[in-house]
Design a protein around this ligand. Structure first.
Ligand code: 13P
Length: 233
């Protein structure tokens, strides 16, 4: 299974070193990656036994984009994956589906992309339409070979950092829906992760969901022991 940690805007260089001093001893066959802030990528890559990814990438590959990080730079730093369209990028940095699409177009030919989608609480009644639009717009114009590099992270916005989660049946149905519409449109079998308040206590129930490929974990990935417990649960 896939267990990806999204550290968001957390940790100092020292804390990254301390985390991997402990977590590097963890032996597992599961697929793991940590998405860290651009300022910490180099430290994390040097220190971690596990792959490191970028939390966000500019929609352009170079030029006058002050404050951004390019896919070229992320690959140069040995990032092995990029998060695209996280709900915090959408809500706090006004990223539209069209911007998300530009980023996937730029990154997917070169590296694994974790494309985040999910409905807000207000959109719950129209969840399937919202997800369909987010997915189809984000993946517009991407060749089949590059689509194989895309993993979907289904993260209901209302479940992120709130301690709330959908019922397992709802997660199963939503993942079924995502896989089915993508298979029928692109003839590609996508992997789908669930994210939103996953922790070492509730993850065992979620692991039983037959169509789930793994998890994108925020808060519970920040502490080495708690992330290890979650993976082993
Ligand atoms: P939490 O696990 O803290 O709810 O965050 C989920 C998330 O946003 C991962 O990308």
């Amino acid at each position: 299974m896939i267990f990806y940690g999204n550290w968001k805007l957390n940790k100092t260089t020292k804390e990254v070193m301390e985390f991997f001093d402990s977590f590097n001893n963890f032996v597992t066959a599961e697929k793991i990656c940590f998405f860290v802030s651009p300022a910490l990528i180099q430290t994390a890559v040097e220190k971690s036994k596990f792959p490191i990814g970028a939390q966000n990438i500019c929609y352009a590959d170079f030029g006058a984009y002050t404050g951004e990080t390019s896919i070229v730079q992320a690959l140069d730093l040995k990032c092995q994956s990029v998060l695209i369209g996280h709900s915090e990028r959408r809500s706090k940095f006004f990223e539209t589906d069209e911007v998300v699409n530009k980023k996937v177009v730029l990154c997917a030919p070169h590296t694994e992309c974790v494309l985040c989608v999910g409905e807000t609480k207000e959109q719950l009644n129209e969840k399937y339409q919202v997800l369909e639009k987010q997915l189809f717009t984000a993946l517009l114009g991407i060749e089949k070979q590059s689509l194989q590099n895309v993993i979907i992270a289904y993260e209901p916005v209302w479940a992120i950092g709130t301690g709330l989660t959908p019922h397992v049946d709802e997660i199963r149905d939503t993942i079924d829906f995502i896989k089915a519409i993508l298979k029928s449109k692109y003839d590609v079998k996508f992997k789908v992760l669930y994210g939103g308040s996953v922790n070492s206590k509730n993850v065992a129930e979620f692991k039983k969901i037959d169509n789930i490929d793994g998890f994108l974990v925020g808060g519970a990935s920040l502490d080495a022991q708690s992330f290890e417990d979650l993976i082993k649960a």
